[in-house]
Structures are given as structure tokens and as C-alpha cells.
Write a protein that binds this ligand. Structure first.
Ligand SMILES: Nc1ncnc2c1ncn2[C@@H]1O[C@H](COP(=O)(O)OP(=O)(O)OP(=O)(O)O)[C@@H](O)[C@H]1O
Length: 319
């Protein structure tokens, strides 16, 4: 019996120096990372970054040019049969099974995974209920909305109760409510012990549900860590607005030559500038201003938004 959650002690998903070349295109160019059991890893990158290629390798649908990927320590190259039973893959495009209904569709995949008898029926009932598709069970797939098709596709990935889920842009094309519902489902699956790799173009989309994110561009991992860590690493640049009672113009002249200060603008009592430093250095700066006798009355400090961080890390390069 294959366990439905990870039972070992090592990482549940691991990419080790993974490479995949298509002619001259380095779709995946030396990517390594690992995902701990029960964690959600957000794989974020612009079009053509290499997300789908690496996910397809993990799902044993393609092979690396060099390197390897592992599920529960089993290699996608050497043990693809084992890996396939342990993971559920939701591709970025839904297959064409227009004339079968949802129950028949899920039943087909349940049988393909070797489920039979009461086990199969129980699993079908659970998947229809979890994905909120039970009301659609007898409806032909051709009549489903995009959101319902995505739910059914997630149901297919879950039908054999895999420990690992690889979800390639599951939220693409969904309306805001459907996105929120999908996020809730993914978080619930992680809380039940599933290990999840999920891709998106949009960092903010995944920020709430991911334990860790990796930002990928042109086949390379540019940054990895929790959303807070990445934001902190990249947010060495803040917009500061300081209200200085009296002598604001003198304070601006004092600030201008400092290495960490740029683009100083004075507007009455307000002094606005870009500050290249962390929160500690910001505190030091304010202390020095006070030490110089300036009456600092208010401070507003704006960290970079997640969108800004994403744009800063990636260069918008397409190959
Ligand atoms: N079968 C293939 N043959 C040739 N080139 C390919 C093939 N599959 C992918 N590529 C190329 O590899 C690069 C990475 O593509 P991939 O689909 O992995 O990116 P992605 O991050 O998933 O992009 P998107 O967000 O647009 O789906 C692209 O330049 C793409 O054109």
C-alpha cells in the first residue's frame, strides 16, 4: 500500500542540478531546491521561465538533459513507476474528454490507478465533495465552466490520494472568487499533509498559501525562501517620508550627500527620499537626524510591494 502522506524524514520533492535543453534553449539550467513534507512551494516566473518543463520532468513526462529530480528520495529517471504512484499532476491545459461526464472521467482515472470496489467509490465520493463538483457529477465535461474544469482537473490529480501534488498554474483563467476557493483547497490539502509544488506568473497570487517560494527566470532559480525572506532580501530600497518641524530644507541638505540616500525632495515640512538600507539602518538615520537637532515629528516608510520585488528579481527576459 502506497502511503498518502510522506512518511520519511528527508525532503518530499527535490530537484538536484536539473537541466533540460531544447536545442540551444536552456529551458531548465541548473535548478536545485527541495520541499519539505506538508509544505507548499510556490514556483513563480514569467512566461517561458522553465516552470512547466521542470514540473513535467517531476511528473515523469519528460527526462532531464542532466541532473535528476526525486520524490520521497526516488529518482524520476530511475524509478518513474514509484514516482507516478506518489504524485498527482495537474497540467496547465485540460485534456479533451468532452463527451464523458465528471463521474465517468474521475472513475476512469481511479481505475487506471488500480482502485477498485468500495475503495474506488469512497475515493470518488470524497474527490467530488472536496472539489465541490458533486452537483456536476452527471454533467458532460463539454458543458463545464473554466472554473469547474479546473476543479475536476484537481480532482483527477487527487483521485489516487497522492502524497505529492504538482499543480501547473491551476489558477490561470479563474475569476477572483474561484481563485480564493482554489487557494483554500490547496491550503487544506497541505494541512492534511500533502506536499505541493504550485506554479504561477504572479507572486502575490501565491504569497498567502506558500511556505516557500522560488523565483525562476530563463531556466534559473534567482531567489528562494519564504515570501518575507525574499521581500526582506530584496527590499533594500524604501521610500521614506519624514516630517521635520522647522529647518526641513537644512535637513534635506544634510541628507543629500549620504551614500544611502537618493532623490531628496522637500515639500514644506516634508522631506521625501529613497533610502537604500534595512530597517536598522533606517533607525540609525533617524537617530542621527535627531542628534543633529532636527525635530523629527513623523516618519512614513514604504517597503517594496511583492509586485515590485518580483519585477526587481526578474528582468523580463524571454528566451
Ligand atoms: N518541447 C519543447 N521544444 C522546444 N522548446 C521548448 C519545449 N518545451 C518548452 N520549450 C521552451 O523552453 C522554455 C521554457 O518553457 P516552459 O513552458 O517550461 O516555461 P514556463 O515557465 O512554464 O512558461 P509559461 O508560464 O508561459 O507556461 C521556453 O523557451 C519554451 O519555448
Amino acid at each position: 500500500m502506497i502511503p498518502s502522506v510522506h512518511t520519511g524524514t528527508g525532503p518530499c520533492i527535490e530537484l538536484r542540478r536539473l537541466h533540460r535543453f531544447f536545442g540551444k534553449t536552456k529551458a531548465v539550467n541548473d535548478i536545485s531546491f527541495s520541499v519539505d513534507p506538508g509544505h507548499v512551494f510556490g514556483y513563480i516566473g514569467p512566461n517561458g521561465a522553465g516552470k512547466t518543463t521542470s514540473m513535467r520532468i517531476l511528473a515523469t513526462l519528460d527526462l532531464p538533459s542532466y541532473g535528476d529530480a526525486f520524490v520521497d528520495g526516488f529518482s524520476v529517471v530511475n524509478d518513474p513507476e514509484y514516482v507516478r504512484r506518489r504524485l498527482g499532476f495537474m497540467p496547465d491545459s485540460f485534456g479533451t474528454y468532452r463527451d464523458v461526464n465528471c463521474r465517468e472521467y474521475l472513475d476512469f482515472f481511479a481505475r487506471a490507478y488500480g482502485l477498485s470496489g468500495d475503495d474506488r467509490l469512497r475515493r470518488l465520493r470524497w474527490v467530488l465533495s472536496f472539489t465541490g463538483t458533486e452537483g456536476m457529477a452527471e454533467k458532460p465535461i463539454r458543458g463545464l465552466s473554466k472554473g469547474m474544469k479546473q476543479r475536476l482537473c484537481l480532482g483527477r490529480a487527487l483521485i489516487h490520494d497522492p502524497a505529492v501534488l504538482i499543480l501547473d498554474e491551476p489558477a490561470a483563467g479563474l475569476d477572483p472568487r474561484a481563485r480564493i476557493q482554489l487557494r483554500r483547497m490547496i491550503r487544506e490539502l497541505a494541512d492534511r499533509g500533502k506536499t505541493i509544488l504550485i506554479s504561477s506568473h504572479i507572486l502575490t497570487e501565491l504569497a498567502e498559501i506558500c511556505d516557500t517560494v522560488g523565483i525562476i527566470e530563463q531556466g534559473q532559480l534567482l531567489a528562494t525562501g519564504s515570501v518575507e525572506q525574499i521581500q526582506h532580501q530584496q527590499a533594500s530600497h524604501r521610500d521614506l517620508k519624514i516630517r521635520i518641524l522647522q529647518r526641513a530644507d537644512q535637513a534635506a541638505r544634510w541628507l543629500e550627500p549620504l551614500d544611502q540616500v537618493d532623490s531628496v525632495v522637500v515639500d514644506g515640512e516634508l522631506v521625501r527620499f529613497e533610502f537604500h538600507g534595512d530597517i536598522r539602518e533606517q533607525a540609525d538615520l533617524v537617530a542621527k537626524l535627531c542628534g543633529e537637532g532636527f525635530l523629527v515629528a513623523e516618519i512614513e516608510s514604504h517597503k517594496k510591494s511583492l509586485e515590485d520585488v518580483f519585477l526587481q528579481v526578474t528582468e523580463g527576459l524571454v528566451q
